[in-house]
Ligand binder design. Structure first.
Ligand SMILES: *Cc1c(COP(=O)(O)O)cnc(C)c1O
Length: 430
């Protein structure tokens, strides 16, 4: 299978090239040139497969030009080594818990797959991964790449604007992970990364890659858990609605990709916080990005979702079809808090602020008796301890993996937000 650039379909590359390039020319995204369609036999068998076996079957068509079956078996066993349970929350409503990985958020899946593929495909070069983060992405990418030979990860984050616990998940690791606290905002961090990608001095000296959800090797593996979720639904005769807490639309479009291969999901919901670019688009047909606003579901604080072009591509630009199959709801912080509180009181199930938008959207979409709803719980509530504790007026217990990070000591470099300083830093890396 080849991957084409959405802005220029004549530009086609292999999976390996798409992964190493990150972005196609002109900041365009890569997209599979032929979405595989799986057989009836495959779908009737998925219930019997383990998660790594399922991942192997799903991912093989996308990567087989570059990764042998034996290597893919190894990669999928390493990546999918934690559970992804489908947990009943209330009548016909389930949470797909994606937070049982090393950094307790769904981004672990894509980040780990990308890191392992990089290790297999980039054997003779040192890949330098640059990532700007406001929290979750940095920790998933840093932990995914930790100790992976032939890679070095530079994590830029805004000094003092990332929660202490989040910072400990990427700034205490050592080895091949280089955290940099930038005296500036998240936007400054992103600007530094983007400028470095287009700097010819730097590109002559080193091999830079991005670990953002625009990277195909982060995007495609996320489709695996949609098959896994459907396989676990007991009410087989019902239609399935999946609600996805959305920011950059990486996760949602991974799910729609799975549907296009034949997976029986009837409807998707793009659950949003106050950043409502997608709900507005679905109402009006007009895509109008907005200035990002800060919310308590901060991993979804995106005003111009960078996977939007993949959504359009998945539907061949057919707005009416998108409107038929994708719903969207937007929630201000006060509503998110209310849903966390209600769900905890009524169901004894504790939501994180992102999952809460997914749960709320499912309930407000008014499932009919022939439908069953799944929302993705994209992070563990303890990652947002301060917010959640204030809402339920109760202390919560940190899971062991998070508590272990909490005990570690932060070791970080620090830089001003000027590009010259960052460039000098990169040029001296050995
Ligand atoms: C990144 C993130 C999201 C948003 O996912 P996208 O793929 O960017 O839409 C939602 N919830 C959590 C917890 C996240 O970390």
């Amino acid at each position: 299978m080849k991957f084409y650039s959405i802005k220029d379909k004549r530009h086609q590359v292999s999976f390996a090239e798409a992964m190493i390039n990150g972005l196609a020319p002109e900041n365009s995204l890569y997209f599979p040139n032929k979405i595989p369609v799986f057989s009836k036999h495959f779908f009737s068998n998925i219930q019997q497969m383990t998660l790594p076996e399922l991942a192997f079957q799903v991912l093989k068509p996308y990567v087989e030009e570059n990764i042998s079956s034996a290597e893919l078996v190894e990669i999928t066993e390493q990546v999918f080594d934690f559970k992804i349970p489908l947990v009943p929350v209330q009548d016909s409503v389930y949470a797909l818990e994606l937070f049982h990985g090393p950094t307790l958020a769904f981004k672990d899946v894509g980040a780990r797959f990308l890191a392992r593929c990089m290790q297999h495909l980039n054997k003779n070069l040192t890949a330098r991964v640059l990532v700007a983060t406001s929290g979750d992405t940095g920790s998933a990418v840093a932990n995914g790449f930790l100790g992976i030979e032939g890679t070095q990860v530079v994590v830029l984050y805004p000094k003092g604007k990332v929660s202490p616990l989040q910072q400990k998940q990427f700034a205490t690791l050592g080895q091949n992970i280089k955290p940099i606290a930038v005296n500036g905002t998240f936007d400054d961090c992103q600007r530094l990364v983007k400028t470095a990608f287009s700097d010819s001095d730097i590109n002559k000296k080193m091999n830079l890659t991005s670990a953002n959800s625009i990277n195909v090797a982060r995007w495609i593996p996320q489709s695996v858990y949609y098959y896994w979720a459907v396989a676990q639904v007991a009410e087989k005769q019902k239609k399935i609605v999946v609600s996805v807490p959305s920011g950059n639309l990486g996760n949602l479009t991974s799910g729609i990709l799975a549907k296009k291969t034949g997976l029986p999901i009837d409807t998707f919901i793009a659950a949003s916080n106050k950043n409502d670019t997608i709900p507005r688009y679905l109402k009006s047909g007009i895509y109008k990005p907005m200035q990002t606003v800060q919310t308590i579901a901060n991993a979804m604080d995106v005003g111009d979702p960078n996977n939007f072009s993949r959504l359009i591509e998945l539907y061949h630009s057919d707005y009416n079809k998108i409107k038929q199959e994708v719903l969207s709801f937007s929630y201000p912080d006060d509503d998110i808090k209310k849903w966390i509180k209600n769900c905890y009181q009524n169901n004894q199930y504790l939501l994180d602020p992102h999952g809460a938008t997914g749960f709320a959207s499912l309930i407000e979409s008014k499932l009919s008796p022939d439908q069953v709803g799944i929302f993705l719980e994209t992070a563990h509530p303890a990652k947002f301890r301060e917010t959640v504790e204030a809402v339920i007026e109760q202390k919560i217990i940190l899971p062991e993996r998070l508590a272990a990070f909490d005990k570690r000591t932060i070791q970080t470099d620090e830089l001003d937000a000027s590009y010259d300083g960052f460039k000098a830093y990169l040029m001296q890396l050995s």
